[in-house]
Write a protein that binds this ligand. Structure first.
Ligand SMILES: Cc1cc2nc3c(=O)[nH]c(=O)nc-3n(C[C@H](O)[C@H](O)[C@H](O)COP(=O)(O)OP(=O)(O)OC[C@H]3O[C@@H](n4cnc5c(N)ncnc54)[C@H](O)[C@@H]3O)c2cc1C
Length: 437
């Protein structure tokens, strides 16, 4: 049996961060990765540029059953520590509208520097290694793989959930985690495209336009606290995509999983008040009509394909003379521009998702250390935990921060060093809230 202080299961963003931190804190550290190499997801992040954090931070960018769980984690390793950590490893930050990327313009720089640092810290990395069982022993954990058997004083699960499973996060760790007594909040895709039931938008496939979106569950009841979301909307053959869609998608996915009716109301003119839009349409179909058809009167307002969809929805023929469109029809056209409702029937699924919502229940973890409340010596980091971030570098920030905290505290325990137990105060508060003592 090969012995180590700390074993990290999963060599993605959170796992590599945890391993580097644990090794840097004095623990002999092993990463067990079931793919042929570590960090297969990172090179495709941020459209190949890796948006590794964001200048704007706060609990409002994180979701889960208990989003405040992130606070003691970020208090130990937040944005300044992340920027400093990567700068020391060689990543020069390039900031655009608060989004941070490596100045190399290559996402692959991030896993490259992480692997160099892991090598420098003498982290052992075993790849193509499938874990069969993991058992708690009195002073640690026995990990049986299809190759060697390992004994680790502390274990960190950083296995991700189900987003982009081809990169390795395929759910194969779920039974191992469950066998240790932990429970999952149901896992659904997040940061994902949405499929619409109707054919309304098909005619405008390929159009990218500014819009604001309001998720409605069930129809008529807005989820008022987080929406509407404004940004560049992409209309596609199957439905809707783009950053504002990603931002609302985890709520849509959760509601769909609960068999609720889900729809999205699109406002294609978020830049105009209701009366301003009516005046604009009034001019185009009145004073400035100049013998134009209705399609011609809309030219220059939205993409031609989108104009045709909106006119059709308002019941106005494209070749109908613009000046003959009456007040009621103009109002209907304005209503369609501001409130086009599309029914959502599905997400594009885990294979297209950039992240997942759900995961290991945070009520079973200490936020200050990322340690299990059920089994001392067992830790979790990254997406596998029931915390997901908004689009914009927040999921990687969570991976770095929770990886650091899990790695540090797992190493302290494994090496028998005193652990100041950061965040204990928060944990105690949580306990009090739950009426435990
Ligand atoms: C296309 C795409 C673009 C993205 N862009 C961004 C972005 O720009 N900014 C941002 O913040 N976030 C982005 N994300 C999200 C971000 O990449 C993830 O949230 C983050 O990588 C999660 O890190 P993790 O280490 O927790 O999990 P993962 O990166 O999923 O790593 C899990 C690791 O565990 C391994 N593993 C799984 N099961 C086992 C097992 N049973 N045994 C051993 N090993 C196992 C996997 O092979 C993998 O190496 C993007 C995601 C995708 C898919």
């Amino acid at each position: 049996m090969i012995r180590t202080d700390t074993a990290v299961i999963g060599g993605g963003a959170a796992g590599l961060m945890a391993a580097i931190t644990a090794a840097g804190s004095g623990a002999s550290t092993l990463v067990i990765e079931h793919m042929d190499r570590v960090a297969r997801k990172l090179p495709s992040t941020g459209n190949g540029k890796c948006n590794y954090t964001n200048a704007l931070q706060g609990v409002s960018f994180y979701r889960g059953e208990d989003p405040a769980f992130v606070m003691p984690v970020f208090a130990q390793f937040g944005l300044p520590e992340t920027l400093a950590f990567f700068q020391e490893l060689g990543i020069r930050p390039k900031e655009r509208n608060g989004y941070y990327y490596p100045s190399s313009g290559q996402a692959s720089s991030i896993p490259e520097v992480l692997c160099m640092e892991a090598r420098y810290r003498k982290v052992s990395i075993v790849t193509s290694c499938v874990i069969r069982h993991i058992r708690k022993r009195r002073d640690g954990f026995e990990i049986l793989t299809d190759g060697a058997a390992y004994f680790a004083k502390t274990v960190i699960f950083a296995t991700g959930l189900l987003a982009a499973p081809k990169t390795g996060s395929d759910g194969s760790a779920f039974p191992l985690i469950a066998s240790l007594g932990h429970h999952f909040v149901e896992v659904v895709p997040a940061l994902v495209q949405l499929e619409t039931g109707q054919k309304i938008l098909k005619g405008a496939a390929g159009v990218r336009t500014e819009a604001s979106l309001t998720l409605q569950i069930p129809p008529g009841e807005d989820v008022a606290d987080v929406f509407p979301e404004r940004g560049e909307l992409q209309l596609t053959e199957y439905g809707i995509s783009g950053i504002p869609v990603f931002q609302i998608s985890r709520y849509a996915a959760r509601a769909l999983a609960q068999k609720k009716q889900v729809s999205v109301e699109i406002n294609f003119a978020p830049w105009a008040l209701k009366e301003e839009l009516y005046e604009l349409i009034g001019q185009r179909f009145g004073r400035y009509a100049r013998g134009k058809t209705s399609a011609e009167a809309m030219t220059g307002l939205f993409d031609r394909k989108l104009n045709a969809v909106l006119l059709k929805e308002a019941g106005i023929g494209g070749s109908f003379p613009a000046e003959k469109v009456g007040a009621a029809q103009r109002r209907k056209l304005c209503a369609k521009i501001r409130h086009l409702r599309v029914e959502i029937v599905n997400t594009k699924g885990f294979s297209s998702a950039q992240a997942c919502a759900g995961g290991v229940d945070t009520a079973e973890l200490y936020a200050g250390t990322m340690e299990s409340r059920l089994l001392p010596g067992l830790y979790f980091a990254g997406e596998v935990v029931d915390i997901d971030g908004a689009c914009g570098g927040y999921n990687l920030q969570w991976a770095w921060s929770s990886g650091y905290v899990a790695g540090r505290h797992a190493a302290l325990r494994a090496c028998g060093k005193p652990d100041p137990g950061s965040g204990q105060k928060y944990n105690d508060l949580q306990k009090k809230k739950a009426g435990e003592t």
